[in-house]
Design a protein around this ligand. Sequence first.
Ligand SMILES: CCCC/C=C\CC(=O)SCCNC(=O)CCNC(=O)[C@H](O)C(C)(C)COP(=O)(O)OP(=O)(O)OC[C@H]1O[C@@H](n2cnc3c(N)ncnc32)[C@H](O)[C@@H]1OP(=O)(O)O
Length: 244
Amino acid sequence: MMKLKSPPVNSLSLELLTEFAISLEKLENNRACRGVIITSSVPKIFSSGLDITEMCGKSMEHYTEFWRAVQEIWLRVYSSSMVTVAAVNGSSPAGGCLIALSCDYRIMAENPKFSIGLNEAQLGIVAPFWFKDTFVNVVGHRIAERSLQLGSLHSAPEAHKLGLVDELVPEEKLMEKAAAVMAQWLALPDHARQLTKTMMRKPVVDRLVAHREEDIKNFVTFISKESIQKSLRMYMEMLKKRKS
Ligand SMILES: CCCC/C=C\CC(=O)SCCNC(=O)CCNC(=O)[C@H](O)C(C)(C)COP(=O)(O)OP(=O)(O)OC[C@H]1O[C@@H](n2cnc3c(N)ncnc32)[C@H](O)[C@@H]1OP(=O)(O)O
């Protein structure tokens, strides 16, 4: 099991992304490890998505390093040879949703206050093509298109209805259910499951691998724009105001 642990909200900072990638690599290289459950140790939050402070007021070099780390974590989770189950035990906007979408199966705690989705549009930013492709491959084109354009965050019941999560279970049963799903998936021979997963996911993975540097350049150019920086600053201020 891998538990995201970066209070208060598990925002995906460069440090957390780097630690996460190293831990995944270790598990991937351990032949005895055939599956991983990804969850959070922060109450009520799976992950608040990319750490916005990593994308605000920093240098081009920093944005480059940060975006490479975001790409890396997606490549590792999405193309993992292990069975990956997301036990979504809290809210999971944007980058947090991407982590869950990249797993093989998603189980979410049945709490209508928890929400999940790719809400980038609400921040005035645009989810890159590989976020979009991952989303489309889970929920289909129409639902993804509407949800991405509106930057929707879906409550747990709504997310289940849309197919964004596979199952809802009472919060106290989440880990038990995740273990049961893992056992079910691990009952199959690894080679058949892994080859099938590769067949299904390779086109999307290959697309980023082929355009990785271009994607970094696009991100750095986009995020460095004063208008985008202003949107992000306003969003952070809104989060702080909402709190007080
Ligand atoms: C081209 C670019 C493509 C980029 C692709 C992906 C982009 C992203 O992933 S952007 C991140 C999007 N995330 C969000 O929109 C979530 C924002 N956060 C929230 O909605 C709430 O914080 C959340 C529901 C997760 C939790 O709510 P609360 O428990 O009520 O906590 P607070 O809102 O009080 O937050 C505590 C503390 O954390 C700061 N915070 C929250 N999220 C982030 C974040 N993603 N990055 C950085 N910091 C974050 C928040 O401002 C509070 O800070 P303080 O006021 O200093 O305590």
